[in-house]
Design a protein around this ligand. Sequence first.
Ligand SMILES: [Zn+2]
Length: 200
Amino acid sequence: MATRERTIENLIERLRRLPGIGPKTAERLAFHLLRVDAAEALELARAIEAARAAVKTCRRCCNLDAQDPCAICADPARDASMLLVVEDPREVARFEDVGYRGRYHVLQGRLSQLEGIRPDDLTTDLLLRRVAEEHPAEVCLATNPDLEGEGTARVLAERLGPLGVKVTRLARGLPAGASIAQVSASILADAIEGRRPLPS
Ligand SMILES: [Zn+2]
């Protein structure tokens, strides 16, 4: 294969590895990037490079921040008795906005049979280790109130059971199928306030 074709194949393959991108979309994006102004295409490469250099994954809670450990983990004023488990760093920002002042653990996804995502693919082991070492009084499973989020909470509750920690879930006031990233601040604040215990 000519070098030029191999280079294009490589670009398509890289794009295909992104979440939610199938082979057809990857091909469309690749040819789009080759067609647009070269400077504009390279801006994307530079934006990725700059974001990767500026943002780190916190080795304690897996949140994204400019520093590791992240500003939240490094803050001794945060309430260490409460650990809020979220799917995604975007949700950390939402809970910060509604005044939550405990600590977080970011799963970096949720369990999905359809997508073949198993507990080992998430930061589950790190969560269990943290609970065993940090002894929070409560772990609140704040995964999304949809099918996969509920399934993830159920599996985590089972695994946390033997550690003897109190495990809770956000209040049922969150509409089923809603996304934490999108519900209003008042609903989210109520959901934290009205946490309910989960049987382990
Ligand atoms: Zn952190």
